[in-house]
Design a protein around this ligand. Structure first.
Ligand code: C2E
Ligand code: CA
Ligand code: CA
Length: 754
């Protein structure tokens, strides 16, 4: 017996030691409590080893001390472990201190035992002819037992409560400890009651320590994991179908049950459903994944992605598989919507510009032998339509045009809204019928619910014959063509030609270079003499010239129309007025008495307060206002006559002399003359060019001059080229003359020499 138990205890002590070392190196927070418990188990086990192997009383007594004191330490360690394992803390500090004091008291009373013998002594007995030292317990020992039992029962109770109150999947880790502890406790009780010299229950204690070590550090609750995974699978959005090796469906999650309409857990029918809906499903081969659209009702489509995953066990054997079916309809529709929004115009549903360009390119690339037309369309005065009839009507106009384009286009063409009120189309040239198109454009009407409104639309067409040019450039060429007809009422279609491009390029260049040209003095006035009936030069008209560094001398007819269009003419005119004032100031100091006439464009009024600007200039240069004559064309009076008359009045009140330029060239209205506060009437040279051989024109001319005389307006004729013209006009009563007959427009120095 001695040898057997010695061996068992020794092994137990070593096992506890090894587990303690292993526990110490664990990462879990509970490792300290476990290590401590295992380490504390070693002394009582060793104590029992000493007791059983000792042959003299002294050694046996030492063994008992090691055993009992070790048990106190075990109880302490067990208490600590329990608190950690169950996640509880001392709520009552007094109770904690009380328990610790009792344990210390127990240690103290053992220390006093050699002197008072109140705890225990040993008794020599013979078992199988061998000497053992049996424990004889006194009061002190009873105290020790009561204390240890009390704490032990308390701990048991804690584990019991934990076992009962924890969720099923967690109670396992508590119940195992509770049961094993109860067993050890009973074993211990049996030892005490039986009075055997060897405490065999120490084996149980050791075993318990190792169990605690396993459960707290290495136990992974499989059932917990299982149930977690099962819950996860059950709640998943994706439909899951699990198949065994034979290809029988054994389980499907809620979503799968709904999808396949599985009744009464009859999972076996899932395979048939999947085959029928998604096509053949291969359950045995390798993993696969595929997308599938299924029709759901009238025009509803649902989008699925189907995936097969093999289930493999630890030995790399396939034990089954599962199929997941994910309904990504929402994402797909969202994606389609985003794609649509990114490529289509919200209002009209046509392609947007980028996408039109892309599709045009694609069309041309896929049909290299087809000749295509690129069409640019624009609505006249769309801004005005919006302002007068409202944005809603404006939108309606855009939609009707988009509609019309859609109707007129075969599937071989593409159309889009470029920006604002402009549309673009690419279509095969053979499908374009110019006559038909003109007809559509000439009576395009849109209703606003009550009335029908005519909408003026122009288009520019570019024949895409040149290869290798960008789609955006093609549309730009169509736009250039458009811009040549945009003001016409009779013609609505313009075909692009190269001349247009050169012109457009020139316009662009002019506009881009203007500011620099003004700064560098490339733009300056030429002066054309104005003479009286005696041939004396009484003044000059300042006419703008651009001395271009590359193009040479540019006449205003080349660049002014461009600048009129984009409004930059105002900068030129302001510059011209300033030059005129500068010259007048210079002449004043030189004692020259001539005046200078400057031109004012109708566009100037949009960009500045013309009267104010000119008044400021004469003040700045201290020139007499009457020396600066103001030339205004009839067209200025065409729009908003009342306000323009006011402007002329302001000029005259400030002392300027106002001249009506180009009279007779345009839509001259004698009626207008009666209200116009002007001093000089500049009769257009166009009259003269015909007056020679046309008796009637000459009569009209004569009457204009006569009428002006009667109105107190000075008549000036421009474009006098011949001496006889001069004579004739003078005879008619004309007072002032201008024309190549006297002098051409020339630079200031030349003029001054004249
Ligand atoms: P305009 O005001 O009627 O100027 C007279 C034009 O007739 C000038 O052409 C002048 O060179 C030309 N001319 C003068 N005498 C004769 C002649 O005997 N025979 C012929 N065939 N032509 C003659 P220019 O300088 O080319 O100016 C053209 C137009 O440009 C001007 O017509 C005027 O409307 C405009 N313009 C010129 N300078 C300015 C300016 O500084 N500001 C504004 N707003 N317009 C200007
Ligand atoms: Ca003029
Ligand atoms: Ca003129």
């Amino acid at each position: 017996m001695r040898a057997q138990y010695s061996l068992i205890f020794a092994v137990m002590a070593v096992a506890c030691g090894i587990c303690a070392v292993m526990a110490a190196s664990s990462r879990k927070p509970i490792r300290k409590a476990v290590t401590f418990l295992l380490a504390m188990l070693i002394p009582p086990v060793l104590g029992n080893l000493i007791i059983i192997s000792s042959v003299d009383r002294m050694t046996a007594t030492v063994g008992y001390y090691v055993y009992f004191l070790g048990m106190d330490a075990v109880i302490f360690a067990l208490l600590y472990f329990t608190m950690q394992y169950c996640g509880i803390t001392w709520k009552n500090k007094l109770l904690q201190i009380g328990v610790y004091l009792l344990l210390i008291a127990d240690v103290v009373q053992y220390a006093l035992n050699p002197f008072f013998g109140q705890a225990f002594s040993t008794e020599e007995i013979l078992v199988d002819d061998e000497i053992y030292f049996k424990l004889v317990a006194y009061n002190g020992q009873a105290f020790h037992r009561m204390l240890d039992y009390g704490i032990f029962l308390f701990i048991l109770m804690v584990f019991f409560i934990k076992t009962m109150h924890s969720p099923k999947i967690y109670s396992e880790r508590f119940s195992v400890i509770f049961i094993s502890m109860s067993a050890v406790g009973l074993w211990e009780t049996f030892y005490i009651a039986s009075g055997t010299p060897v405490d065999r229950s120490m084996i149980g204690f050791g075993a318990f320590g190792i169990l605690a070590f396993y459960f707290s550090l290495h136990y992974r609750p499989m059932r917990l994991l299982d149930s977690m995974l099962a819950n996860l699978a059950a709640d998943m959005q994706e439909s899951l179908f699990f198949f065994d090796v034979t290809g029988q469906c054994i389980w499907a999650n809620d979503s799968g049950i709904k999808l396949a309409d599985i009744k009464d857990e009859n999972f076996a029918m899932a395979a048939a459903y999947l085959e029928e809906t998604f096509g053949a499903i291969d359950l045995h081969g390798s993993e696969w994944s595929r997308k599938k659209e299924i029709k759901d009702g009238e025009d509803q489509t649902r989008y699925f992605v189907l995936e097969k995953h093999a289930v493999i066990d630890d030995h790399q054997r396939t034990v089954g598989c599962f199929i997941s079916a994910e309904d990504y309809t929402k994402q797909e529709l969202e994606l389609q919507r985003e794609r649509y929004n990114a490529t289509h115009d919200q209002l009209t549903g046509l392609y947007n510009r980028e996408y039109l360009y892309e599709q045009t390119k694609k069309l041309m690339d896929t049909h290299p032998d087809t000749e295509y037309l690129i069409i640019y369309s624009d609505i006249s005065e769309f801004k005005m339509i919006n302002e007068v009839y409202g944005m809603a009507f404006g939108d309606r106009v855009l939609c009707s045009i988009a509609d019309r384009i859609g109707k007129g286009l075969s599937q071989h063409g593409v159309a889009g809204r470029l920006v604002g009120d402009t549309f673009g189309v690419c279509m095969p040239a053979v499908e374009f019928d110019t006559g038909y198109m003109e007809q559509i454009l000439s009576d395009f009407e849109v209703e606003d619910g009550e009335n029908t409104h005519s909408i003026l639309i122009h288009i520019g067409v570019y024949r895409a014959v040149e290869t290798g040019i960008d789609v955006s450039v093609m549309f730009d060429r169509a736009r250039i063509a458009f811009s040549t007809v945009k003001e016409e009422y009779q013609v609505h279609i313009a075909w692009y030609n190269d001349e247009m491009r050169k012109k457009a390029l020139f316009s662009q260049q002019i506009s881009a270079e203007l500011t620099r040209a003004l700064r560098e003095g490339q733009i300056l006035p030429y002066f054309q003499a104005i003479v009286d009936g005696t041939g004396k030069i009484v003044g000059a008209e300042a006419l703008v010239r651009w001395i271009h560094p590359e193009k040479g001398l540019l006449s205003p007819s080349l660049f002014l129309p461009v600048l009129e269009k984009n409004g930059m003419i105002a900068q030129v005119d302001l510059h011209m007025w300033r030059c005129a004032c500068e010259t007048l100031a210079k002449w004043k100091t030189e004692g020259r008495g001539q005046f200078i006439s400057v031109n004012i464009s109708p566009r100037d009024f949009y960009f500045m307060d013309v009267v104010d600007e000119i008044k400021n200039l004469v003040e700045e240069y201290r020139v007499e206002p009457k020396k600066l004559r103001i030339e205004i064309t009839e067209s200025v009076m065409m729009s908003d006559a009342a306000r323009r008359i006011d402007v002329l009045e302001q000029f005259r009140q400030a002392g300027f002399i106002v001249e009506m330029d180009d009279f007779g060239s345009g839509y001259s209205s004698f009626n207008m003359l009666k209200d116009m506060p002007i001093d000089v009437l500049k009769i257009d040279m166009m009259f003269l060019q015909n007056a020679k051989d046309d008796e009637r024109t000459s009569i009209i001319l004569q009457h204009i001059i006569k009428m002006s005389q009667e109105l107190g307006i000075t008549a000036l004729t421009e474009g006098v080229e011949l001496e006889e013209q001069y004579r004739m006009l003078a005879d008619m009563g004309c007072k002032l003359f201008q024309g190549y007959h006297f002098a051409k427009p020339m630079p200031l120095e030349d003029f001054e020499k004249l």
